[in-house]
Unconditional design. Structure first.
Length: 297
């Protein structure tokens, strides 16, 4: 599936079907809406203003994705329900909603928060929508991890308590031969021609092969950070140490494949950890093992 949220209807719906993720995202977004029928809604003009696009752009998405947006809460109000909304609008200070007049309107489209997020996932023209999509994916990854009993967060979320949470444990080696094999293999430029290839095999091998009684994931992180330093990649070492703490658990749990791990490491080297397509791949990987966590069931 993958791609990004603007192109994957399945990924969009999986997130929108997760009430836990929606709740966290709504708290973080801080969107001010109009009180209506026990919830809050926003008008097309408010949505356009938030995403810094024209109302015509919003109209285009409402036309081309009518069924999806309608299924997620966008609706046209008429009659008594429209009158009720107008009464709510009248109670709002003029400076907060001075760009729309509802006096002579006979029908009015409104977005609930779910529909608002749905539009954010579709809007490819808006930088604010792109930033919001990154936050949506971060929250979704974090929610799935928490609901499956993990302590990790997404690729670029910091968890300074990781080392304490991962505990101490037993001391000693289990199979240093495997470690030696990994170290020898990454020196073969035919097998692992690029630094990303070497780092991936080093990280994956140490984290997965359980060369030590405890601390394999932390050793994988430290060994790769050292390789970055000696190869002149000082600029990304600090971020690598933070980000890969989270990823190491997912690698050890068979959640993240070696191929995906390489993509994550390349993103670290290229300072591209906000890559939406990569975050979506991580979300898909961790939800594949716990599909109910992705939908909040």
């Amino acid at each position: 599936m993958s791609g990004d949220l603007t192109t994957s209807a399945v990924a969009r719906q999986n997130i929108l079907n997760n009430p836990y993720a929606l709740e966290e995202i709504e708290k973080a977004a801080g969107l001010r809406g109009i009180a209506f029928e026990g919830t809050h809604v926003v008008l097309k003009e408010q949505v356009a203003d938030f995403f810094e696009v024209t109302t015509r752009t919003v109209d285009n998405y409402l036309r081309t994705h009518a069924d999806e947006l309608g299924g997620n809460g966008y609706e046209l109000l008429k009659g008594k329900r429209l009158k009720s909304l107008k009464d709510s609008i009248v109670a709002i200070p003029a400076h907060e909603i001075n760009f729309v007049s509802t006096a002579k309107i006979t029908q009015l489209g409104v977005f609930n928060f779910r529909a608002f997020l749905n539009l954010a996932m579709l809007l490819s023209e808006s930088e604010r929508a792109r930033v919001l999509r990154q936050a949506i994916l971060d929250v979704a990854i974090d929610i799935v991890n928490r609901r499956t009993g993990g302590v990790t967060k997404s690729i670029n979320q910091r968890d300074d308590e990781y080392l304490q949470l991962s505990g101490g444990g037993a001391v000693g080696a289990l199979d240093l031969g495997r470690l030696q094999s990994v170290l020898e293999n990454i020196q073969n430029d035919d097998w692992y021609p690029e630094l990303a290839d070497k780092l991936t095999h080093l990280f994956f091998g140490i984290a997965k092969f359980h060369c030590f009684q405890d601390g394999n994931k932390r050793t994988a992180i430290t060994a790769c950070a050292h390789m970055l330093l000696v190869n002149g990649y000082l600029y990304c070492v600090k971020a690598f140490l933070h980000d890969m703490e989270n990823i190491s658990v997912q690698v050890a749990d068979d959640t993240i494949s070696k191929e995906l791990l390489r993509e994550i490491i390349v993103a670290q080297l290229e300072r591209d950890t906000d890559n939406e397509e990569l975050k979506l791949k991580i979300l898909e990987a961790i939800t594949a093992k716990a599909p109910n966590a992705a939908t909040g069931e």
